[in-house]
Design a protein around this ligand. Structure first.
Ligand SMILES: Cc1cc2nc3c(=O)[nH]c(=O)nc-3n(C[C@H](O)[C@H](O)[C@H](O)COP(=O)(O)OP(=O)(O)OC[C@H]3O[C@@H](n4cnc5c(N)ncnc54)[C@H](O)[C@@H]3O)c2cc1C
Length: 475
């Protein structure tokens, strides 16, 4: 007799496991299938985010930043240090420990919510049947009243720089290096390339980042991107814009990179190469030919605004569908799908998704960039406040960067907020909430912010929009 569930989720990354938990909270019987295997051979829930993405990268960013600050900033605070040494093995052990704790935590959460966590491969057949193949067993058929596909994404491989897991690695490999490479090449100056480049640069690598686009951080506000570009250069990251990699060859422990820089052929040698040119949706062996699910030309599962596929009762969420490849976007889509299945009203505001780059300084934004607002033709006003004028930032010795706010001239609607500076990823939460509640700039102006706090920079930027900043001259 085949098993049956109200909801079967395929994929236990941040989109899938969250969908499974919410479906169970809604009173459904739920199974969540995942096949992720870590390099130590162990299977784990949590997907890319917990095993090879958000969490391990943030663990190493934190450790490497502390190492860097101990060597370079403590003196300014009047703290003398000597003999600061890197113990990379211990740093990596800490990273692995955090990943283990959190992925075990997901298994515990599934159990606590009475979700059956099934380890193995899931495939959607016709008629909402799911073929589940356990890692150590034979395929079985599960009848599902509803299915949520949440199979995530994988790194894009370049045909002329194929991953060999030793010299040419993807972002996961770059997080698990057991030696600091003397020279590190990174292809792609996107979020992942910059975060990984920062980690290894702080730990002592000479980092060269090759980026095909001419505009640095093209998706960010131009003013913020310009500040970031200058800062990263100061930190020693050699970012070559408008440079196209044409070949990467490994010979005698050295990777030779050939690239075209403004049309001129050039080459450099590095000890390791990280290819971080983006990710593509993953639907390998997921869909039977007669499953009825449509995949677009880029490999994304086609869904509507409510994550419904063309097959009634089958939803798809997270990196395997359109929209930014971000963990929090996937999780919220998972919640929406589970609530819709339960017959509840649910929606997702795709205009208010925060983006964060966890470099130092951090970069975070929500809403539209100034160039996007300008292109839309809507009349707008802007206000900025530099962290150099923030007492808290000074106390932290982290005065680089600013908060920039863009508001509509007609009705004062907040259109976009862009932050580069200390804890930008935390600060952005306030304005995400404000935008979700459709607050005006005046609402932020009239909100009391604790002193001294970094959040005062948001308050001052909102005042600056109307040339009423109190702690910085208005332009
Ligand atoms: C280095 C790096 C850093 C990142 N940092 C951030 C960050 O700071 N913040 C942020 O928001 N995002 C970050 N991301 C992106 C984030 O990891 C993804 O957006 C997120 O993991 C997507 O979640 P998901 O659940 O859609 O897919 P995934 O996390 O990829 O999970 C999909 C799961 O489905 C499983 N699966 C696939 N097919 C099958 C099948 N047929 N049967 C069974 N199981 C299957 C996979 O094994 C996997 O476990 C980062 C990514 C990387 C690589």
């Amino acid at each position: 007799m085949s098993k049956n569930y109200d909801v079967v989720v395929i994929g236990a990354g941040p989109a899938g496991y969250v969908a499974a938990i919410r479906a169970a909270q809604n009173g459904m019987s739920v199974a969540c299938i995942d096949e992720w295997q870590n390099r130590d051979g162990k299977y784990a829930f949590g997907g890319t985010c917990l095993n090879a993405g958000c969490i391990p990268s943030k663990a190493l960013l934190e450790s490497s930043e502390l190492y860097h600050r101990a060597g370079h900033e403590f003196k300014k605070h009047g703290i003398k240090t000597s003999g600061v040494e890197l113990d990379l093995a211990a740093m990596q052990k800490r990273r692995a420990g955090i990943v283990r704790q959190l992925t075990n935590g997901i298994a515990g959460l599934l159990k606590a919510n009475k979700v059956d966590g099934l380890v193995g491969h899931g495939k959607l057949l016709a008629g909402k049947k799911v073929e589940f193949t356990p890692v150590d067993g034979k395929p079985e058929i599960i009848d599902a009243a509803n299915v949520i596909l949440a199979t995530g994404s994988i790194p894009i491989e370049l045909p002329f720089a194929k991953f060999d897991d030793e010299y040419i690695v993807d972002s996961w490999g770059a997080l698990e290096l057991d030696e600091v490479p003397k020279r590190l090449g990174v292809i792609g100056a996107g979020v992942i390339g910059l975060e990984l480049g920062s980690v290894w640069s702080r730990l002592g690598s000479e980092v060269t980042i090759i980026e095909a686009m001419h505009d640095f951080l093209f998706m960010a506000d131009r003013e913020v991107a310009a500040v970031a570009g200058r800062d990263f250069k100061k930190q020693g990251l050699d970012i070559k814009l408008g440079a196209k990699l044409t070949a990467a060859t490994v010979d005698k422990d050295v990777v030779k990179l050939e690239f075209e820089d403004a049309g001129v052929p050039k080459s450099i040698e590095v000890d390791k190469l990280v290819v971080a040119v983006g990710r593509r949706p993953y639907t390998g062996e997921l869909l039977a030919e007669d499953s009825g699910i449509q995949v677009d030309e880029r490999g994304f599962i086609e869904v509507d605004d409510e994550c419904r596929t063309r097959v009634k009762g089958v939803y798809a969420v997270g990196d395997c569908v359109r929209g930014p490849m971000l963990a929090h976007k996937g999780s919220e889509e998972g919640v929406m799908a589970a609530d819709l299945i339960a017959g509840e009203i649910a929606e997702f505001n795709y205009d208010v998704i925060p983006s964060v780059i966890y470099t130092a300084p951090e970069i975070a934004w929500v809403g539209k960039t100034e160039q996007e607002v300008k292109a839309s033709g809507r009349a707008y006003k802007t206000g900025s406040f530099p962290f150099a004028a923030s007492g808290r930032a000074k106390a932290m010795e982290q005065t680089g960067g600013m908060v920039k706010m863009i508001s509509a001239k007609d009705d004062d609607e907040l259109l976009g907020v862009h932050i580069i500076g200390p804890m930008a990823g935390e600060l952005i939460g306030e304005v995400v909430l404000a935008m979700e509640f459709q607050a005006s700039t005046e609402d932020i102006q009239r909100t009391i912010h604790a002193h001294p706090s970094l959040a005062e920079a948001i308050h001052e930027a909102s005042l600056a929009v109307d040339k009423r900043a109190l702690n910085f001259p208005n332009k």
